[in-house]
Design a protein around this ligand. Structure first.
Ligand code: DGL
Length: 266
């Protein structure tokens, strides 16, 4: 494995591009290969077995490109597939949940932490477990299944989104949380709307930033940081509809995505 091999990153679709953006900012000399499983999105409402099966197929694809490290940018796939992939792959595999949990514990003063995510992520209890490994914080969880379709529709704000956000968030407000983990790739795009309901005193934790930091740490520790003077490439692959990926992906990536290739999964 050479230092100049790319980092592989995958998600159920577009959402992981929020994580990729942060990795790009944190690591200017790394090449990246992104895979969005647009044929199977959303993962948030699927069973563990199904998400693990898809995740294994995607990582087999990424390994063919000789990636030196894999980032599971999807919260649901991190919740369900991280342990299996860490056991079976010979390269480091990082999910978004542990970095997000650590950042939440560091931010919370009153040790009352809220977590929002897909049904899969919340039902897995993964954030709860990670937070409890490092702190005796009280954790209050809330699945928000309508947030993903709202964001994909571009409805990041407006009266309908305001009222849906209120409905999901209100139960957490009674718990006096001072920190809220945005435990889904799409939720950073709802930051402004969430802040309206939450007020200024609740800190929002975006796992994407924390994950990018963790990728940097691991590359450093394992001595596989790129030693090039510039980034060689960013590549994008999907399992369906590259046109839609380019169009919607741009919103998550805040940059135009020009070249996306469709892959037939085995
Ligand atoms: N990427 C997923 C996550 O972070 C959200 C979209 C989906 O349900 O597939 O959990």
């Amino acid at each position: 494995m050479t230092n100049n091999n790319p980092i592989g990153i995958f998600d159920s679709g577009f959402g992981g591009l929020t994580v990729m953006s942060e990795i790009i900012k944190a690591l200017p000399f790394e090449s990246l290969i992104y895979f969005g499983d647009t044929a199977h999105v959303p993962y948030g409402s699927k069973s563990k077995n199904t998400v693990v099966k898809y995740s294994k197929e995607i990582t087999s694809f990424l390994i063919k490109y000789r990636v030196k490290l894999i980032v599971i940018a999807c919260n649901t796939a991190s919740a369900f597939a991280l342990p299996v992939l860490q056991k079976t792959l010979k390269i480091p595999v990082i999910g978004v949940i542990e970095p997000g949990a650590k950042a939440a514990v560091a931010a919370s003063k009153n040790k009352k932490i809220g977590v929002i995510g897909t049904e899969g992520t919340i039902n897995s209890g993964s954030y709860l477990k990670e937070i409890n490994k490092i702190s005796k914080s009280k954790v209050y969880q809330q699945p928000c299944p309508l947030f993903v379709p709202l964001v994909e529709e571009g409805w990041n704000n407006g009266p309908i989104t305001d009222s849906i956000v209120k409905k999901y968030i209100e139960p957490l407000l009674n718990k006096e949380i001072d920190t809220l983990v945005l435990g889904c790739t799409h939720y950073p795009l709802l930051r402004k709307t969430l802040s309206k309901t939450l007020g200024k005193s609740i800190t929002l934790i975006d796992s994407a930033k924390a994950t990018a930091k963790e990728v940097n740490n691991i590359l450093n520790k394992t001595h596989i940081l790129s030693n090039g003077k510039c980034r060689k490439f960013l590549k994008f692959y999907v399992s369906d509809n590259p046109g839609k990926f380019k169009k919607i992906g741009g919103r998550f990536f805040s940059k135009k995505i020009d070249d996306v290739k469709k892959i037939e999964m085995e």
